[in-house]
Design a protein around this ligand. Structure first.
Ligand SMILES: Nc1ncnc2c1ncn2[C@@H]1O[C@H](COP(=O)(O)OP(=O)(O)O)[C@@H](O)[C@H]1O
Ligand SMILES: Cc1ncsc1CCOP(=O)(O)O
Ligand SMILES: [Mg+2]
Length: 264
């Protein structure tokens, strides 16, 4: 269960330290993700060339690996960056976008799990189930199942990999295989904005960069997402204004908003 004082403390720490978050992420969401990290007080950099990823990861406080628009060169870059992160002892946060939609994605996910040893894996229900069972086929990048239905898979994945696993959805589940936290904030409009899941992964990375307890860090990241999304949806007419309101809510979060809005 989240101790709300720790959530407030970690938000302040992100704002104070402004950690550099190295993102190897997809073309669709680069801008949203960078802006969300800036809103929370972190410092984003997007870099995916094999010629520079090792150097970039070396100066970062967390690494995001997101396979949304992967190709062979990007995969090489992700593996180099992931190994550098292990050497430098910074957390790797993995987003298996579209796992289960194609056999290529599923294969690359297994390679990243084995070679990059992510500290946290954040996906929607379909993606988390596909990582555990290669027979699970997903439609694309959006989930076709509820987060509740992926909880058993998430626990298995956490035990197999040693990572904290986050399933996003109506209820967010965050598990290390033994202990499971939940966050019930959020709004259905969030799933209608592309890149919200990728943003969740990056925000989780910002919290993992300043808190060595990965279960707590991932829970804090998902709580901040859900609270900002819920407040933004209340002011939005559709998914266009939602994007702008979401960034503003992230930017303006304060202790009383967190205390009044958090639902576990
Ligand atoms: N039905 C819902 N109700 C409340 N929040 C939701 C809902 N669906 C998604 N979210 C929130 O939207 C964000 C993105 O999650 P999700 O849509 O599952 O990721 P993805 O974009 O990777 O499929 C998360 O913070 C999640 O909590
Ligand atoms: C639509 C799309 N296609 C490839 S990556 C991507 C973005 C997916 O982002 P999210 O999973 O956060 O909605
Ligand atoms: Mg996603």
């Amino acid at each position: 269960m989240i101790d709300i004082s720790n959530l407030v403390r970690d938000l302040s720490l992100v704002r104070e330290k402004s950690p550099l978050i190295h993102n190897i992420t997809n073309y669709v969401v680069m801008n949203n993700t960078a802006n969300a990290l800036l809103s929370i007080g972190a410092s984003p950099v997007m870099a995916h060339s094999v010629d520079e990823v090792a150097e970039m990861t070396s100066i970062a406080s967390a690494l995001v690996l997101n396979i949304g628009t992967l190709d062979a060169d990007w995969v090489k870059a992700m593996l180099i960056a992931g190994k550098t992160a292990q050497t430098k002892k910074i957390p790797v946060i993995f987003d298996p976008v579209g796992a289960g939609a194609t056999s290529y994605r599923t294969k690359v996910c297994q390679q990243i799990l084995e070679e990059c040893k992510p500290s946290i894996i954040r996906g929607n229900a379909s993606e988390i189930m596909a990582l555990v069972n290669s027979n699970v086929k997903t439609k694309g990048v959006d989930s076709t199942s509820s987060s509740d239905s992926a909880l058993d898979s998430a626990k298995i994945l956490a035990r197999e990999t040693g990572a904290v696993v986050v399933i996003s959805g109506q209820t967010d589940y965050i598990t290390n295989g033994e202990t499971t936290e939940t966050v019930s904030n959020g709004n259905t409009l969030m799933a209608r904005v592309t890149g919200m899941g990728c943003t969740a992964t990056a925000i989780v990375a910002a919290f993992a960069s300043i808190n060595t307890d990965m279960l707590e860090a991932a829970t804090h990241g998902m709580a901040i997402m859900g609270i900002s999304g819920e407040l933004a949806a209340a002011k939005s007419q559709g998914n266009g204004s939602m994007q702008v309101h979401f960034l503003d809510e992230l930017f303006n979060l304060n202790e009383s908003t967190l205390r009044n809005t958090l639902k576990l």
